[in-house]
Design a protein around this ligand. Structure first.
Ligand code: FA5
Ligand code: MG
Length: 423
């Protein structure tokens, strides 16, 4: 199409990522804003809330190997194929994921490292990392966020099962004495089945170990801090889920300030995934936890952009290892600008492409982007879109002139990249 031809004509041959040069191709969509995030590794910056949260999670699994410095660059094979994602899974598309080129991408989840870490012989491990997804712009979505992957595998024999059973007894005893209210689902069901390669009795024990381990982690993270008492217990809800590399699979939600908050996905690892790591004689579970979601709740951080702030009024509020309530400094005024345009005939524009363009111009000065009008002319069949951009700095007051000049830059990029006609 004309759009792809335009992009190809404008595309530089190389892109530099973490100090290395890579060839670009038709899949390249990694933007300068995203490249600038790669070296920051917020989860390793002392006293940063995400680093403290990582520490809290790690301290709850003291006998596990703790990993936190794996490169975000992975192959689509690692991110998808080794985990049995179907070839046509939407997550693989350039509108959803960031590609350096067709052979190299930014991991979209920490599960991208499962096969590699199991392959090294690790049997109990945690891995914390930055992950990247193309998305809309608002207070709870950011194209970079952080996850902690946790996994445990044991020998698929009576020794392994005995280890799990003993651990289940210990964890159940600990949870019985605590103020936690758990809404459970069955370990197995017709919609959340056991794998053909597994003995259902073994799967039940593994799923139970997974649930007990995570309920106990939720208690460690939330209890006391969210006022969990005998009268007002911490509420945790288990839900059936599906992931290509686990079955049975689950999601966990925690009730906080009147809302159910999705915190993690998990399940019993699909045996072909373990075969890919050369540990066919083992079985076990894995989970992937979203750190920002939890940190926003624990610290009362209202906007996901704040995690990236270099403002001392943000950073100086936190101490390593301590969870304290964030004291918001005054919100600066919002500045709304509309961008209204006609697309060339027969052309569409994905919202994620528009949002990446706006981020390239305005960075974290953009608070949200909303599509307010979408119209197709009945005669010419041309599409017209209108987006409302909310420019607001978290650190200072933005002048109307500044917002106008950012918006003019957005308009000029739109014309260059997508050949739109401004209305
Ligand atoms: C996953 O990423 C799976 N890799 C989790 C997993 C691991 C399943 C191991 C099975 C075994 P999901 O896309 O649902 O699943 O993301 C997991 C968590 O990351 C979510 O529950 C949420 O807490 C967090 N998360 C997902 N998307 C975002 C986002 N856009 N912004 C902030 N946090 C997010
Ligand atoms: Mg999910």
């Amino acid at each position: 199409s004309r759009y792809l031809a335009n992009m190809a004509a404008q595309r530089p041959c190389h892109v530099t990522v973490l100090g290395e040069q890579y060839l670009t191709d038709h899949m390249t969509n990694i933007s300068p804003t995203i490249v600038s995030k790669l070296p920051l590794k917020l989860h390793t910056q002392p006293s940063h809330p995400l680093s403290t949260l990582r520490g809290l999670i790690e301290s709850h699994f003291p006998s596990y190997t703790h990993l936190s410095s794996l490169s975000p660059l992975v192959t689509p094979y690692q991110n998808f194929d080794l985990l049995s994602f179907p070839k046509d899974h939407p997550g693989r598309s350039v509108t959803d994921s960031y590609y350096v080129n067709k052979d190299l991408m930014l991991r979209t989840h920490t599960s991208a490292h499962e096969v590699e870490v199991f392959g090294r012989g690790e049997t109990k491990w945690l891995l914390t990392a930055d992950v990247y997804r193309r998305d809309e712009i608002d207070g709870s979505h950011y194209p970079v966020f952080h996850q902690t992957e946790g996994a445990r595998i044991v020998s698929a024999n009576s020794t392994g099962m005995k280890e799990i059973e003993e651990d289940n007894e210990r964890l159940a005893a600990h949870l019985e004495q605590s103020s936690i209210e758990i809404e459970d689902v069955p370990h197995l069901s017709s919609t959340n089945p056991c794998q053909p390669a597994h003995d259902p009795k073994h799967t039940e024990l593994i799923a139970k170990n997974l649930k007990l381990s995570l309920n106990s982690l939720m208690l460690h993270l939330f209890a006391g801090r969210v006022g969990a008492t005998a009268q007002n217990p911490l509420k945790v809800r288990w839900i059936e889920a599906t992931f290509p590399w686990t079955t049975p699979s689950f999601e966990v939600e925690v009730f906080f300030r009147g809302k159910w908050l999705e915190i993690l996905g998990c399940g019993v690892i699909y045996q072909p995934t373990l075969d890919n790591a050369n540990v066919s004689n083992k079985l076990g579970w894995a989970f992937g936890l979203g750190l920002e979601r939890i940190a926003m709740v624990l610290y009362s951080i209202p906007d996901i952009r704040l995690f990236w702030s270099q403002d001392p009024r943000f950073l100086s509020q936190f101490k390593q290892g301590e969870i304290t309530t964030f004291k918001p400094y005054s919100k600066y005024p919002a500045c709304f600008k509309d961008v209204s345009f006609w697309l060339p005939e027969g052309q569409t524009l994905h919202e994620n492409d528009f949002c990446d363009l706006v981020r390239d111009v305005a960075g974290d000065v953009v608070e949200d982007v909303k599509l307010i009008d979408d119209f197709t002319h009945p005669k010419t069949n041309r599409k017209s879109l209108c987006y409302r951009i909310n420019y607001r700095s978290m650190d200072r007051s933005l002048s109307n002139d500044e917002a106008n000049s950012l918006n003019a830059q957005v308009v000029s990029y739109l014309r260059d990249r997508f050949r739109v006609e401004i209305r």
